[in-house]
Design a binder for this molecule. Structure first.
Ligand code: HEC
Length: 259
């Protein structure tokens, strides 16, 4: 039995490697639709740091304001660009052809990015920009190699670079431990991310929170009706339960004479 399991696992890991090669381990987050304050902070960060390049083509400002509990006039004053109305979609003025020439690739619309890539991917992406002088913009990214986007949040996070240092050995993302002492096994590794002290305005914990809020917001934008569909799901189940009772009674009524 153990052998069969071992074979099955080794086959599965071969398939996993064949599918994408060794990939950077993603950090896992739990988006929370009910945390309106987090969503509002995420929207603020988005409008400040991302909206200049990335549109939210499939979302109206008004919808965002209503779902996030923001007064419409506050939304108009602080978020909606002056040439836009509250009922407009979140498109932007940047010509995508020009943008493609400037960055090598046009900044994609972000309405559905959290669904396309997963919230974990977007979260890890925004945390793993690092200095790479060989790239045109001087930065590279761990989960998006050769990325064409500048590290726009660097003033907040600080300058992140890769170093060689003693670090825990990971196999498929999990830390390997010494079977006798239980201590993590380490070795000298290169490519480890490290923020240069004193170069960022935020502490690492504050930066993580900022990115969490931002990704939480992007996840909401990708499926704004999810909060509502949860409620609806409960009604549908209740309806089915009640309907079942009647259907059963009816069935008994019909078959009464047959038996
Ligand atoms: C100066 C313009 C610019 C700004 C500002 C900017 N980006 Fe980007 N972004 C880009 C470009 C260009 C790409 C495409 C990179 C590529 O394909 O190589 C991109 C790609 C991305 C991607 C990957 C999309 C995918 O699935 O391929 C994500 C996610 C993203 N940006 C998020 C953000 C967030 C969040 C912000 C705000 C904190 C932001 N960007 C600010 C230019 C920008």
């Amino acid at each position: 039995m153990k052998l069969v399991l071992a074979l099955a696992f080794s086959w599965m890991s071969t398939v996993a490697v064949a599918a994408g090669g060794p990939t950077y381990p993603l950090e896992s987050i739990q988006p929370d639709y009910d945390d309106k304050v987090s969503l509002q902070r995420g929207l603020a960060t988005y409008s400040h740091y991302c909206m200049g390049c990335h549109s939210l083509e499939y979302q109206r400002y008004e919808r965002t304001a209503m779902d996030l509990g923001i007064e419409l006039d506050v939304m108009v004053q602080s978020i909606v660009p002056t040439d836009k109305k509250i009922g407009d979609l979140g498109s932007i003025a940047m010509p995508s052809k020009g943008a493609a020439e400037w960055f090598g690739a046009p900044p994609p619309d972000l309405t559905l990015v959290a669904r396309k890539r997963s919230p974990d991917w977007v979260y890890t992406y925004l945390k793993t920009f690092y200095v790479d002088p060989s790239r045109p913009l001087g930065v590279n990214n761990k989960v998006f190699p050769k990325v064409g986007m500048p590290h726009v949040l660097e003033p907040l996070q600080g300058v992140q670079r890769t170093v060689c240092k003693e670090a825990p050995i990971r196999v498929n993302g999990s830390v390997q431990t010494d079977p006798i002492s239980g201590q993590p096994l380490t070795e000298n590794q290169c490519g480890i991310l490290e923020v240069v002290d004193g170069t960022g305005q935020l502490t690492p914990a504050e930066y993580d929170q900022l990115i969490y809020d931002l990704v939480n917001f992007l996840e909401y934008v990708g499926e704004p009706s999810k909060a509502k569909s949860h409620d609806l799901g409960i009604y549908v189940l209740l309806f089915l339960m009640i309907f079942f009772v009647f259907a059963y009674l009816l069935k008994r009524e019909y078959w009464k004479d047959v038996h």
